[in-house]
Design a protein around this ligand. Structure first.
Ligand SMILES: C[S@@+](CC[C@H](N)C(=O)[O-])C[C@H]1O[C@@H](n2cnc3c(N)ncnc32)[C@H](O)[C@@H]1O
Length: 249
C-alpha cells in the first residue's frame, strides 16, 4: 500500500499531520480530510462553535473538526453505529468534544437553530437531491449559520447530458446524483432559504481520488481507478458547495 501520495502539505497542510493508515482504515470514499480542508476555505467557523457533521461516516472529519478548529461537534450518521463511531472518537481523544449520534437526515433529532455550522462530506448525493432535505437540514441551523458540503460530481451535469458510460458502468443509476456545482447552486437558490451560495469543482478532485484509491491498494485495472483514468475529459470530480441560512426567509 503506497501512502506517500497522501501527504500533500502544500495543498492540505492540516490534513498532512494525520496518519494516512488511520484514515485509510476509516475509508468510506475519497480522502475526506482533503475535501473538508478545502470546503473550510468557504466557511467561517469560530472556536467554540457547535458543528453538525452530517453523514460523518466513521468519524475522521469529526476528529479533524474538533482538533483543528476547537469546536464542539455532533457526529451524525445513518449507516455507522454509535458504538463504532464513539470508539473511533475515543481513540483520538476527542470524545469530550464530539458526540456520536446515529440517525437519518430525514428525521434530525435536534432542536431548531441548534447549530452554528453544518458540514457534510461525501454524503449529500445520497439524500440532498430531494427538495425536502434542505429545509429540514436548515431547521437545525441558526439564522446566518453556514452550511457546506462536498459530493462526487460530473462537470457536465447528468441532467444536461447523460453521464459517460465509463461512469455508469461502475456507478450505475447513482451517477444521476453526481451533480455539477451549478446544479447545486440552482437547487439551493430555488429553496429561497439561503444566501451567499458558492459552488465550485475541487481543484485536482479527480487526481486526488486516484491518489486515494491507489493508497487503498486498488489495482490499476480495478473499477474505480479504471473509471477515473478513463476520464480524459476531466468530467469527474468533487462539487464543493456552501451557503448561509437566511436570517428571514
Ligand atoms: C460515502 S459515505 C461518506 C462518509 C464520510 N463522510 C466520509 O467521507 O468518509 C456516505 C455517508 O452518508 C451517510 N448517509 C447516507 N444517507 C444518510 C441519511 N439518510 N442520513 C444520514 N446519513 C446518511 C452514510 O451513513 C455514510 O456514512
Amino acid at each position: 500500500m503506497d501512502v506517500t501520495a497522501l501527504s500533500q502539505p502544500d495543498r492540505y497542510p492540516l490534513s498532512a499531520t494525520y496518519d494516512p493508515a488511520w484514515l485509510l482504515g476509516l475509508d468510506m470514499g475519497p480522502h475526506p480530510l482533503w475535501q473538508l480542508e478545502d470546503l473550510l476555505k468557504d466557511l467561517d467557523v469560530r472556536p467554540g462553535a457547535r458543528v453538525l457533521d452530517l453523514g460523518c461516516g466513521k468519524g475522521a472529519t469529526s476528529v479533524f473538526l474538533a482538533r483543528e478548529l476547537d469546536v464542539d461537534v455532533v457526529a451524525f450518521d445513518l449507516w455507522v453505529e454509535e458504538d463504532e463511531l464513539r470508539s473511533n472518537l475515543e481513540a483520538h481523544g476527542v470524545a469530550d468534544r464530539v458526540t456520536a449520534v446515529n440517525g437519518d437526515v430525514r428525521d434530525l433529532p435536534f432542536d431548531d437553530d441548534e447549530f452554528d455550522v453544518i458540514v457534510s462530506i461525501d454524503a449529500f448525493e445520497y439524500f440532498g437531491t430531494d427538495v425536502r432535505i434542505l429545509p429540514s437540514v436548515l431547521r437545525v441551523l441558526k439564522p446566518a449559520g453556514a452550511l457546506g458540503m462536498t459530493t462526487p460530481a460530473l462537470r457536465t451535469d447528468p441532467y444536461e447530458s447523460s453521464p459517460p458510460t465509463y461512469v455508469t458502468d461502475v456507478i450505475g443509476w447513482e451517477a444521476a446524483g453526481w451533480h455539477a456545482p451549478d446544479w447545486w447552486e440552482t437547487h439551493w437558490r430555488l429553496s429561497g432559504l439561503v444566501d451567499n451560495i458558492t459552488a465550485r469543482m475541487q481543484e485536482q478532485g479527480r487526481e486526488d481520488w486516484v491518489r486515494w484509491s491507489r493508497a487503498l491498494g486498488e489495482d490499476e485495472d480495478g473499477p474505480v481507478i479504471s473509471m477515473l483514468m478513463a476520464d480524459h475529459d476531466d468530467q469527474i470530480g468533487i462539487s464543493i458547495v456552501s451557503a448561509q441560512k437566511k436570517v428571514k426567509p
